[in-house]
Design a protein around this ligand. Structure first.
Ligand SMILES: [Zn+2]
Length: 292
């Protein structure tokens, strides 16, 4: 990307879920055209030339190169929108959007540099323009496929955490807000806090009665010595998830999802770290005990 754009291409392509809508009213028409079209040898229309993503076939982080758009199609569009004759002012922008709406569907394809001619490796994005709104209507590989890679490490903790986090991310990438919150909450409640409480009860530190009398925040406090300090210090994580399921609108849940996902990943990362530390400590102390 050569200059500051009024459109965040990386976010649109690789972060926002399907069916996200973008108003075209405040967007610079050149930035918009650069999202929808790419002509490698034309410095006006070659701004979005690469994306940094993950190739699930090569199983490697990869910088993908944009495929060329149909030059004639872009040329016709510019002609119809009166953009060759140096028109200026507001009218031109409206005309461009109207012409985009007539063409309706736009496809961008980015190729894996290791196999540029094998489309199985390509990343494809499809947009639709309706009125003054742009909608991302398709993409493959799915955002869930791309983030699966980041989530794999949580298998180490247990398969349930991995599969429920995967489901949460999958729902969110398909534009489901409240549903994705349900899985995040289950991870905290069922797979992080509950097992620790069971351990404390088994050790005799807590009683079933204490637990049944406490709400979730109190349960976190009672088991704080065994929990990730990030979770204990940020009980808001659970309050927002709870509120989301009962009170927040679908759109609000969608917009909170990325920050909650990251918060839960921090908690899970702390758990992995803790487990690895325990494992190492045990290994070393076993070896030390072998010395008489
Ligand atoms: Zn590849």
């Amino acid at each position: 990307m050569k200059q500051k754009s009024t459109m965040d291409y990386e976010r649109i392509l690789l972060k926002d879920p399907l069916f996200t809508e973008y108003s075209l009213r405040d967007v610079n028409d050149m930035d918009l055209l650069n999202l929808l079209y790419f002509l490698g040898d034309n410095s006006t229309y070659n701004h979005l030339n690469i994306i940094d993503s993950y190739c699930p076939i090569c199983k490697k982080d990869t910088t993908f190169n944009s495929e060329q758009s149909d030059q004639q199609e872009l040329s016709d569009l510019l002609g119809d929108a009166g953009m060759y004759s140096g028109f200026s002012g507001e009218k031109r922008e409206i005309t461009l959007i109207e012409e985009l709406e007539k063409r309706c569907v736009f496809i961008r394809k980015f190729n894996c540099p290791r196999k540029p001619h094998d489309s199985a490796h390509s990343q494809i994005f499809i947009f639709r323009v309706i009125g003054t709104t742009l909608i991302k209507i398709g993409q493959h590989p799915t955002l869930a496929d791309l983030s699966k890679q980041d989530l794999k490490k949580y298998r180490k903790l247990n398969d349930n955490i991995y599969s429920e986090l995967n489901r949460a991310v999958g729902l969110s990438t398909h534009g489901v807000g409240i549903g994705s919150f349900v899985y995040l909450r289950r991870i905290i409640e069922k797979h992080i806090v509950y097992p620790k409480i069971q351990e404390l009860i088994a050790e005799g530190t807590l009683t079933n009665e204490q637990i049944s009398k406490s709400d979730f925040k109190e349960k976190i406090k009672l088991s704080k010595d065994k929990l990730s300090s990030f979770l204990v210090e940020n009980t808001k994580i659970y309050s927002i998830l709870s509120k989301g399921i009962h009170e927040l609108e679908e759109e609000e849940c969608k917009s909170y999802f990325p920050i909650l996902r990251t918060a839960i990943e921090i908690v899970l990362d702390e758990e992995i770290e803790q487990k690895e530390k325990e494992k190492k400590n045990k290994l070393i102390s076993d070896q030390l005990n072998k010395f008489k």
